[in-house]
Design a protein around this ligand. Structure first.
Ligand code: CU
Length: 174
């Protein structure tokens, strides 16, 4: 019985730890950074999270560095009439003073291109987020399914397959 109780206790600790997935740098709080799992040979994936700014000055996400992708960018996605458009934010993404920005499917996102391997649900990858004022912070990106990401962050499904083509990726011969 004692052993069983211990098992329950450690399970409870483990699940508590898995919920506490946030990072602080300066006045910023980055909550639950994730990226989307990919099918085999997919060249791109999206990264999502909530970034809250508790400070009285705006900050700006300038870049993200990872070693599982050849190229990482910060993107905005929006509807232009019936067409979904994606563009790179050359100036980075502003996090307003006292405000919160959600990176989620169909909206702002990190775009990881030239993936070196398939991303599988449950895996974790290191990333460094670089902010204009607060500096850089190391985070862990959890790989989740689109359904899980939409459940925690909201957002719409996003088809990245066309985007890869836009970026000059050539489709693998089937
Ligand atoms: Cu994109």
């Amino acid at each position: 019985m004692k052993k069983l109780l211990l098992t329950f206790a450690s399970l409870a600790l483990m699940s508590a730890a898995s919920f506490a997935h946030d990072y602080k740098v300066g006045e910023l709080v980055i909550n639950h950074p994730v990226m989307r799992e990919t099918p085999a040979n997919a060249p791109v994936s999206g990264g999502y999270m909530t970034i809250k700014n508790n400070g009285s000055e705006a900050d700006r996400l300038l870049a993200v560095e990872v070693d599982f992708a050849g190229k990482s960018e910060i993107h905005e996605m929006s509807m232009s009439g019936e067409v979904m458009k994606m563009r790179k934010l050359e100036e980075g993404l502003e996090i307003p003073a006292g405000g919160e920005v959600k990176l989620m499917p169909g909206s702002y996102h990190l775009m990881f291109m030239q993936l070196e391997k398939q991303l599988t649900k449950g895996e974790k990858y290191d990333a460094t987020l670089i902010f204009e004022k607060s500096g850089s912070v190391d985070v862990t990106l959890n790989v989740e399914t689109l359904e899980e990401i939409k459940k925690s962050l909201g957002g719409e499904a996003m088809d990245h397959s066309h985007h890869g083509m836009e970026e000059g990726e050539t489709k693998k011969a089937e």
